[in-house]
Design a protein around this ligand. Sequence first.
Ligand SMILES: [Zn+2]
Length: 521
Amino acid sequence: MKHAIRRLHWTLGLAAAMGMGSAWAQSSGLPALGDGESISLSAERQLGDRIARELYRDPDFLEDPVLDEYIQQLWAPLVKAAASRGELSSELQERFAWRILLGRDRSVNAFALPGGYLGVHLGLIAVVGSHDELASVLAHELSHVTQRHIARGMSDQAKMTPWVIGSMILGVLAASKSPQGAQALIVGGQAAAVQSQLSYSRDMEREADRVGYGILVDAGYDPKGFVGMFAKLQQAAGLNDSGAFPYLRSHPLTSERLADMQARQQLNTSAPGTAADMAQAMLSARARVLSQNNPDALKAWIQEAEQPTTRSMPAQRAGALYAATLAHLQMRNMAAAERTLQALGPLVAAADHVPTSEASRTSALAAKRWLRLLRAEVAFKQERFDEVLQTVIPVQNGAALQRPELMAVAQALARMPSHPLQQDITGQLRQWVQAAPHDAPAWDALSRLLSKQGQALASLRAEGEAQIARLDWSGGIDRLRAAQDLARTGRLRPGEHIEASIVDARLRYAQDNWLALQKQR
Ligand SMILES: [Zn+2]
């Protein structure tokens, strides 16, 4: 499929398709959506898939096992709470994607897309002071989806086809980093006008605040997160208008919204104050470094860790050392990375000795885990693969690994000669993708391990599944065809007949989807 947009960017307040100029609709010459009615769930999902497919290909799209797990674990309780509060019908839950895509972008931003996709910028993760703050933004965006604000807005544009709307959203997504590129995309240089139309109404914002707040509380997060985030955004609004906080543009902080929030907050005074959170500081540091990996930015993270002033607060200091280690790794300064990692160790260990609440105990455990995974990363970069396994796999054998650990081990095994753990980890990956079939990186990892074990057919299929998971139908068809050819020409091993018939079925599935996509145009 050839597409006009070569490269898109992640910087946009929010990408709900609201209120397009009618000239677009008239010039499109394509069949229109039902007049005056909100678009159907499946039409919205199709539209979301089309946008998400472009985002998956974007060089700024990030797959990072640590941050992916973090955001997923924040997100899942929110979706669950929305469902049990009756904000999310089982039909909507089933038909929409509910996937979060991370973007390597330092601006503070999150946006809901049609069809239940959510875009989150690393810049947002980098500035939050607690996971409650991040959850509050996710809850707000989730509410835009559950209240079907996107569909409601699109119904006002009855003459627009989803294809045109999708192009508009993709165009605006491309806009703010590269204004010239955006003008080429949006005819007549109307980028600003279009972008201002791509926003929710004030009523929708208030509804998303109200519904989001309820979801946040029900999901077990500290409602102070909402207020903390508001305060942060408000402060930033006073400080700069450089575009680093595009979330503000799409979600203006009217005094009305702030008053509503503060009133809600007073009803929930029982929430405990958030202690300085070392684990959060480490994750935010990770997001900071991964959002900007040019040499100047990396040097700045390294310098920050050398500042004596940051030593006073352990969480901050841990964040700075984590960032510096990761920055050294990116610059391939291995000895320096080892040094900052060494300094981080005792700091994390000490967090455990402070007798405090359940929450801080959880945080201390998480900090230890992020340290272990960072240590494994440092070892991997130096090709000390055995050390990766020793660092990440717990002593008590047999338990299934969590995803970041599983991915780290699989990555190491793929680079090692045959290893006794190979089979066990392959089995764990198989189980994982069965439960999470949309996990493209896990399919990739599985494919590599299968290939090492000479299981070419299953490996090709896993490769195809990874493409399908990223909604790349033609890529998936290509791999599955190769698998089919192999099954036909090569001699199948015992048990591979089942795999071959799965390949046939999955190929048909990919082809159907590819055809459906062509018809949409
Ligand atoms: Zn909003």
